[in-house]
Design a protein around this ligand. Structure first.
Ligand SMILES: Cc1cc2nc3c(=O)[nH]c(=O)nc-3n(C[C@H](O)[C@H](O)[C@H](O)COP(=O)(O)OP(=O)(O)OC[C@H]3O[C@@H](n4cnc5c(N)ncnc54)[C@H](O)[C@@H]3O)c2cc1C
Length: 325
């Protein structure tokens, strides 16, 4: 399971999710939303999958801490979600308290006296790039077009055009499973290709980002336009979760899928993009089961043809890939 804050003790075999929601509601202020069975699929870029048994949208750190502690006391798992752009949610949803950073309080972009930027976990990368242009801050352009939030991108070590988000991140503000908030330097975060071990059992509240330099907003904007055009030419426009499989050592997953003749292959309304073979797109009414079936077919066909077993880069939210692949 990915990024799960596991229950501390005494996990209930069949939690009463109404009770869990009531207990959590009692511990937070009026601005924090706690809801039952809200759709998660509609909170993802792929647009498939079921609902969260409980969804929490905390309005501040104190309420988030109360939710984390409340879920642990109830013996139920807790799982953060960002913009849902690297996830496939199973059709039967997620047996967890899912925490979303949708409240405006998490979208801060705050220049600090030392020249760094404090970015909130819920800040969209698109907004980060836009505000950096306005402030004349160079160094974040490569993030343009990655449809994630700061929190999810730190967890995934999102990257493009030769840069990774942790290249421009000095420190992350982290809420640990025990409810403590700590400021951790990059060196303590176990950062690697598409992973950040330090966030596997913790929640990023925000980060201190370091701009490369001060520059003319127009010049930064022009570089962003170059990256945007590159993306438009090489990626499908339909709903997706980005690259589905990790690139194997020395190779490209997309090329292997293309060479296996799978561009355009379909299961239900899930289709291998004809623009970029490592994207699975939702033609409109895809279910998670269609996406999983297509992933199984891709893996089997590529393995047969080239001997490479592709590993997923996207995450199966709240579950293990072994349950479906
Ligand atoms: C069209 C498209 C293009 C893409 N291009 C790229 C690309 O160029 N490069 C790239 O790297 N990725 C790319 N992606 C994938 C995706 O956008 C990134 O992985 C992004 O960083 C995910 O951020 P998110 O906020 O959507 O996280 P989510 O998908 O919501 O979550 C991802 C993981 O982060 C965890 N998480 C979320 N918030 C927090 C938090 N606050 N604290 C701790 N953990 C958290 C979740 O539990 C989950 O495990 C693309 C996706 C799409 C759809």
């Amino acid at each position: 399971m990915n990024s799960l804050l596991a229950p501390t003790a005494g996990a209930l075999s069949l939690p009463d999710w109404d009770d869990v929601a009531s207990v959590l509601r009692a511990g937070v202020g009026p601005e924090t939303r706690i809801t039952r069975e809200e759709s998660l699929g509609s909170r993802t870029t792929m647009g498939v999958g079921g609902s969260a048994r409980v969804l929490a949208e905390p309005a501040n750190v104190a309420d988030l801490r109360a939710v984390v502690r409340g879920a642990a006391a109830a013996g139920v798992p807790l799982l953060p979600i960002g913009r849902g752009s690297n996830l496939v949610v199973p059709d039967d949803g997620v047996d967890a308290v899912v925490v979303a950073f949708s409240h405006a309080a998490w979208s801060a972009f705050s220049p600090q006296a030392d020249g760094r930027i404090r970015a909130g976990a819920g800040l969209r990368l698109k907004s980060l790039c836009g505000q950096a242009v306005k402030a004349g801050l160079q160094g974040f352009e490569f993030l343009e077009g990655i449809p994630g939030s700061v929190g999810g991108s730190l967890r995934m070590n999102a990257g493009a055009m030769g840069g990774w988000i942790w290249d421009v991140t000095d420190e992350a503000e982290v809420l640990r499973a025990d409810g403590e908030v700590v400021l951790l330097p990059r060196a303590a975060m176990g950062v690697d290709y598409r992973q950040c071990r330090g966030l596997e059992g913790a929640i990023a509240l925000g980060a201190l980002l370091r701009p490369a330099a001060q520059a003319e907003g127009d010049a930064i904007g022009r570089q962003i336009d170059v990256y945007r055009r590159k993306r438009q030419e090489s990626q499908p426009k339909e709903r997706s979760a980005g690259c589905v499989f990790r690139n194997p050592p020395g190779g490209a997953a997309g090329r292997l899928i293309d060479e296996a003749g799978l561009k355009g292959a379909r299961e239900g309304d899930a289709q291998v993009s004809t623009v970029h073979a490592n994207f699975i797109i939702n033609l409109g009414a895809a279910r998670a089961a269609d996406v999983f079936a297509l992933m199984r077919r891709i893996r089997a066909t590529v393995r047969e043809r080239s001997g490479v077993l592709l590993e997923p880069e996207v995450l199966c939210f709240g579950r293990r890939w072994e349950d479906f692949l």
